[in-house]
Ligand binder design. Structure first.
Ligand code: NDP
Length: 286
């Protein structure tokens, strides 16, 4: 079997087209959705991500701001900036670009983003709402994965899903989303005893570890739907996922490529979440 590719690049373009229409509808009512990205320090990869988020905003007609703080900013400095953005009526979505410098406590700083502007869905209130089954803002990567699976016609109801990785950004919220779609979900992590035994059970397998080539063909069953969230750079500078694409795609029924799979969906869902925040602010005002 050679797997069908779940093309995140073209689906992201579709999502962005929907976003443009939603932005036009909001503008007709006097509201331009706005996203603020707080960037601390000068991590080159973070700069690339932040710039691509601003470009994506501009493409759909949204306002965006990069709030750049120096690498030696204190927690207090970052929190003050976030509080200002929480109060700014031109801004509907506020995100903090991760990773923050190690000396800053990211998990505490993220709690300072107002829950109605928390378009990354990292605030504990939004994480809790999702795990309670009442999602409000859901982290963008898991949301993008779900959209890819739905668009690819992958049935989730009653199926066995295995998520490898348990971060609050990807693995855990994704497991919650799959549960809400009635999948039977197993979460694996670095202490899982026999990873291959777990992954071979999967009818839907998501890899989100940051370990290139962790998932090999002998770890999957024939016909599995595979989503590769990993983004890893090889010493030669090539981008690869957590899944050995060439061999696993021979056994899978569908698979996401890296690059061109989950990555473009993440940015598209950030834009969509920010527009949702602007729509909610408008309906709250009426
Ligand atoms: P984290 O480092 O926060 O989490 C990695 C997870 O993988 C942890 O839960 C860890 O387990 C688990 N893990 C590590 N080693 C193993 C192993 N040998 N077997 C099983 N599980 C293991 O990473 P993120 O969740 O933030 O990101 C994961 C990957 O996804 C990265 O490559 C990142 O670049 C990529 N990413 C891609 C995005 C996109 O848009 N496509 C967006 C966000 C992330 P433990 O908890 O026990 O340490």
């Amino acid at each position: 079997m050679s797997a069908r590719i779940l093309d995140g690049k073209s689906l992201a373009l579709e999502v962005r087209k929907e976003c443009r229409m939603r932005v036009n509808a909001l503008k007709a009512q006097g509201v331009t959705p706005g996203l603020a990205v707080v960037l601390v320090g000068a991590n080159p990869a973070s700069r690339v991500y932040v710039n691509s988020k601003s470009r994506a905003c501009a493409e759909v007609g949204m306002h965006s701001e990069i709030c750049h703080l120096s690498g030696d900013a204190s927690e207090k400095n970052v929190i003050e900036r976030l509080r200002g953005l929480n109060e700014d009526s031109r801004i509907h979505g506020v995100i903090v670009q991760l990773p923050l410098p190690a000396r800053l406590r990211a998990h505490l700083i993220l709690q300072q983003v107002a829950i109605d502007k928390d378009v990354d869905g990292f605030n504990w209130c939004n994480q809790g709402a999702l795990s309670d089954g009442y999602p409000r803002f859901v982290p963008c990567t898991p949301l993008g994965v779900l959209r890819l699976l739905e668009h690819g016609g992958v049935k989730m109801d009653g199926r066995r899903a295995v998520v490898v990785g348990r971060s609050s950004i990807v693995g855990k919220p994704l497991a919650n989303l799959l549960l809400l779609r009635n999948a039977t979900v197993t979460i694996c992590h670095s202490r899982t005893h026999d990873l291959a035994r777990e992954t071979r059970e999967a009818e839907i397998l998501v890899a989100a570890t940051g370990l290139p080539g962790l998932i090999k063909a002998d770890m999957v069953r024939s016909g599995v739907a595979v989503v590769d969230v990993g983004i890893n750079r090889t010493p030669e500078g090539k981008l690869v996922g957590d899944v050995e694409f060439a061999t696993v795609s021979e056994k899978a029924s569908v698979i996401t490529p890296v690059p061109g799979g989950v990555g473009p969906m993440t940015v598209a869902m950030l834009i969509a979440n920010t527009i949702t925040a602007a729509e909610r602010s408008l309906s709250a005002a009426h």
